[in-house]
Ligand binder design. Sequence first.
Ligand SMILES: [Zn+2]
Length: 392
Amino acid sequence: MSHHIDMEDAIEPEPVLLSKHAKNLLRFLHLLPARMASHDNTRSTIVFFAVCGLDVLNSLHLIPPKLREDIINWTYGGLVAPRENEKRCGGFMGCRAMVPKTDDSEILECIRKYQWGHLAMTYTSVAVLATLGDDFSRLDRKSIVDGVAAVQKPEGSFSASINGSEDDMRFVYCAATICHMLDYWGDVNKETMFQFIMQSLRYDYGFSQEFEGEAHGGTTFCALAALQLSGQLHRLDDNTKERIKRWLVFRQMDGFQGRPNKPVDTCYSFWIGAALCILDGFELTDYPKNREYILSTQDKLVGGFAKWPQATPDPFHTYLGLCGLSFTGEPGLSAVQPSLNMSMAAYAHLQHLHELWRNNSDLAHLKLGSKGSTANATQTTTTSSSPLISAQ
Ligand SMILES: [Zn+2]
């Protein structure tokens, strides 16, 4: 009898250490460890993983009101408000290296030449604002979407920024998230975007990052999410959808791999899982095996998830691991909206804002007009008190 009880104990599933993960993510809102210094130029993404991760952990209350305000101000501090002759640079920057702490107009003017939005930083910044319940009152939606349209390529793909960037499916995804979250597509060409996505569908029914490339799980998520966010998912016929689902389902070993014959990795529980959610096919996966793999990468001492067992946890894999678990209905985690990669609660807040803008033409005009950018111009200098700035 006691032997029987021991056996039951042995197969008891490992718990998700919710409070340790929350503590781990919270830490990244106070400092960036020295070993991660090279990630400073994409700090908005780290803020995104931490804030949205706390949200999925139902732990946003751990961010005190003052810190919440600081994060919102820090985020707005990266907003580039274009002047009349600079329409192409709208959006958010990823770090504040190009926001000098000075009132010297000569220096500010000089640095201005190096300030422009980056699609991934704009996506993560807007998502953080939505998650923290901001009302977007300091955003000029038109200037941001002008910046998105300015980096679209004739073949439909997008660069990340007007200068010095690659262009591929990752930024097609970011462009779609930004326009969807701001409920405004402006001059973005959805048709060429659709054509680019469909030309990236490979013979095995995964999507590749660029033409003629190898099908990839992350890219397949980006392609499907961009189709859904731009209202074009219905343009895939049923046969194509089934074949894409098949390619995705075959990426499961125990956890998920990004490509055939590659090792599994925690983040693909999100990329592949979310792609399957978008196609209503997630129930075709093996939930316990998926969970078991993700849990094998959990750091039981300091919290967080890594890509592989015994590897060092990081905010990226921690957040995506939590989202992957959320799709399986893990208790204690909130539901995740797959295509925007944020909580359903944050998504509901966005929908509420969209309704306000649509029902109030005055408000809509204000957000698409010049008043927003006037407000923005005064905001870039208000961030020096943020704990995120002085962190090392
Ligand atoms: Zn990974």
